[in-house]
Every structure is written in structure tokens, then in C-alpha cells.
Design a binder for this molecule. Structure first.
Ligand SMILES: [Zn+2]
Length: 88
């Protein structure tokens, strides 16, 4: 396969288009795609690169707020008049 052919196939069949962070200017997609459900049950797709980032973020949230998606102890709905787990 020539380099041009490889590039054409890449352009036609970029599996990363499904990634929710596809086109992220700070970090390009890479690896295989991962299809999973968020904690809210929403079907999500992320490439290996962004999935790893996502897991890292989840780990950090879980460490800081072990009961996530429950509100942290300082969160008072009466304060802001909104719900912590508000479903957009
Ligand atoms: Zn990605």
C-alpha cells in the first residue's frame, strides 16, 4: 500500500470520528475506540487516548468526592437553587 492510499483510507474511515472529543485541539485521538456507558447510562464513545484521560478524571473525581455523582458535603442545593446531578 502506498502512502497516498493509506492516507485516503485514513480520511475515509477515521474511526475516531465517533469519539466525543474528536477534534480536540489539545490532544488528538488515537488507539482503538471504546464504547461504554457513562455513570448516567448514556452511551459514550471515546478513543483510547481520550478514554484514558476520562478514566483519570473519573479517578480524580472519585478520590475527591467518593460518593459521586452524589453532591459533596459542601454542596447545598438551597444555596445555588440547583441540583448537583442536574441532567442537561
Ligand atoms: Zn478521541
Amino acid at each position: 500500500m502506498t502512502e497516498t492510499e493509506a492516507r485516503e483510507i485514513q480520511a475515509e474511515l477515521d474511526p475516531h470520528e465517533d469519539c466525543v472529543e474528536y477534534g480536540n485541539p489539545r490532544r488528538a485521538c488515537g488507539g482503538d475506540m471504546n464504547h461504554y456507558r457513562s455513570t448516567l447510562g448514556t452511551p459514550m464513545s471515546r478513543c483510547d487516548v481520550h478514554y484514558a484521560d476520562h478514566l483519570e478524571t473519573q479517578d480524580r473525581i472519585n478520590r475527591d468526592y467518593p460518593d459521586s455523582p452524589m453532591a459533596p458535603s459542601w454542596f447545598d442545593p438551597a444555596d445555588a437553587g440547583e441540583r448537583w446531578d442536574y441532567d442537561y
